[in-house]
Write a protein that binds this ligand. Sequence first.
Ligand SMILES: C[S@@+](CC[C@H](N)C(=O)[O-])C[C@H]1O[C@@H](n2cnc3c(N)ncnc32)[C@H](O)[C@@H]1O
Length: 213
Amino acid sequence: MTPIISPELDDYIAAHTRPRPALFDELREVTYASTTSPQMQVGRVEGTFLKTLCALVAARRVLEIGTFTGFSALCMAEALPEDGELLTLDRDPDATRIARSFFDRSPHGKKIRILLGDALETLRALPAGGPFDLVFIDADKERYVDYYEAVLPLLRTGGLIVGDNTLWSGNVLSPKDPSDHGICRFNDVVNADPRVENVLLSIRDGMMLARKL
Ligand SMILES: C[S@@+](CC[C@H](N)C(=O)[O-])C[C@H]1O[C@@H](n2cnc3c(N)ncnc32)[C@H](O)[C@@H]1O
């Protein structure tokens, strides 16, 4: 991932963001030691921002598409009440095994349920429950619009959809491959959608926030 801002400013931002508990350093180390694309992990600044967003919308139910090794899920779970619930979807049994092992060591892990399988299929068969307060989309970029359309009806009014990697290392300016086009399509669809109010933020690799009206 090409940094959007200078490494020096990135360090400054990290130094002025509340540190994560030590368990997250370990999760980072394990992810870098045992997966082939560890940079997929959101990292501690974005993770802390996601936690803040969950707190701001007083989230009780959160849906995540793209668990990987669980960093973002565990950050968001911290903001949920004791009886809150976070459903997280992924098709990778190895990455989610790591995620589960860290959830089991956190006081917030019991709020998290991993649903293993193709995310669109899982979405179509989601167990009944109340509407979601926040949905974090962070899986295959080609299908962001499909995920968006599938989750918007499941979101409460005033709830947030957060799309990750929405600057896609700057590739949105000259899209070439299917992932580039998937992100561009997502940004265009959200930006033209009268059902939401949106803002595209240059945090890390870009975050699109869409609040349901
Ligand atoms: C960018 S990573 C998620 C990072 C995670 N949010 C974190 O902070 O650690 C994307 C994840 O989406 C999953 N994924 C990609 N396509 C998928 C699909 N069609 N169905 C389910 N999961 C998928 C991958 O297995 C991968 O673990």
